[in-house]
Ligand binder design. Structure first.
Ligand SMILES: Nc1ncnc2c1ncn2[C@@H]1O[C@H](COP(=O)(O)OP(=O)(O)OP(=O)(O)O)[C@@H](O)[C@H]1O
Length: 268
């Protein structure tokens, strides 16, 4: 990282009374929650409950209509986009690469927040991008066209781009959705080993249980509860939020393990 770059290191994100309405549908309802921003936080909840909408407010794709979001004590609107781009890495659900860049070029895009107009790429930029591609297992495909890659390979390259950015906080929207189980574990282990703050929308409750320090549960545009996986991921909560019966046991390492039961569809 360049010596002159002062990195914002977050401790908490405080969301105070956030509401969001589009096309007469209210998607977030007066949502208030304080998220630790120095730990791995999982955001879970059923399809359509508002996870992506909440994350898009954090990475500023959606404007705050009502309420305030504070990064530590600073309202999000007071943080410049340039400062945010050097500190906050984002992996959204859809990959914003429409043109036919190579894998290497996509990885190098992570260095953009550090450049002024006409700045040349440096040896340090190359070293960081190569290291990121190696970490996600895509170095051998550096010269390949990004658009020719499989969904999972694209996802790993997008992670490399985020790593190249050297963020101090990561926002991940369903980061594992195209990945086979090997790469789901690799991606989440790699992110966990970065030892930076993370918020990740996750559908797989067992992965959330294994990797997250805290889990935030959303339902219908509201946060219903949050806490460590052992306290939150209970049979009652899973039944109430997802309508699926389960048996929750404890792994020898301490995290909860969820085994689902087939819901009965007999007469009520
Ligand atoms: N631009 C929009 N216009 C209308 N409705 C929208 C718009 N954007 C989001 N929604 C609706 O808001 C709700 C929340 O969407 P969001 O993508 O935040 O949910 P999610 O929890 O991330 O879902 P999933 O788990 O399926 O990815 C959904 O019902 C969605 O259809």
């Amino acid at each position: 990282m360049a010596d002159n770059v002062k990195k914002l290191r977050l401790h908490e994100i405080r969301i105070d009374g956030l509401s969001y309405t589009v096309d007469n549908a209210t998607i977030l309802h007066d949502l208030s929650v304080t998220l630790p921003a120095d730990r791995f936080v999982g955001l879970i909840g059923p399809n359509g409950c508002g996870k992506s909408t909440l994350l898009k407010h954090l990475y500023r794709v959606l404007p705050v209509q009502q309420g305030v979001i504070y990064f530590d004590d600073v309202p999000i609107s007071a943080i410049s986009l340039g400062e945010a781009a050097q500190c906050i890495g984002v992996m959204g659900q859809f990959h914003a690469v429409q043109f036919d860049f190579t894998v290497w070029q996509v990885a190098m895009m992570g260095r953009t927040p550090y450049k002024k107009h006409f700045d040349e790429d440096t040896e340090e930029d190359y070293r960081i991008a190569a290291e990121a591609l190696r970490r996600v297992g895509m170095w051998e495909k550096a010269e390949r066209s990004f658009l020719s890659l499989s969904g999972g390979e694209q996802q790993r390259v997008m992670l490399a781009r985020v790593l190249t950015q050297e963020p101090t906080y990561l926002i991940l929207d369903e980061p594992t959705n195209h990945l086979d189980i090997t790469y789901q574990f690799e991606l989440l282990s790699l992110v966990k080993d970065l030892d930076i703050g993370v918020i990740a929308a996750l559908h797989d409750l067992n992965l959330a249980a294994m990797f997250c320090d805290e889990v935030v549960v959303m339902e219908k545009g509201r946060v219903v509860t949050m806490g460590p996986p052992n306290a939150v991921l209970t049979e009652n909560l899973i039944q109430r939020i997802y309508g699926v019966p389960s048996v929750v046991s404890r792994h020898s390492e301490g995290y909860p393990m969820i085994r689902y039961e087939r819901p009965s569809h007999g007469p009520a």
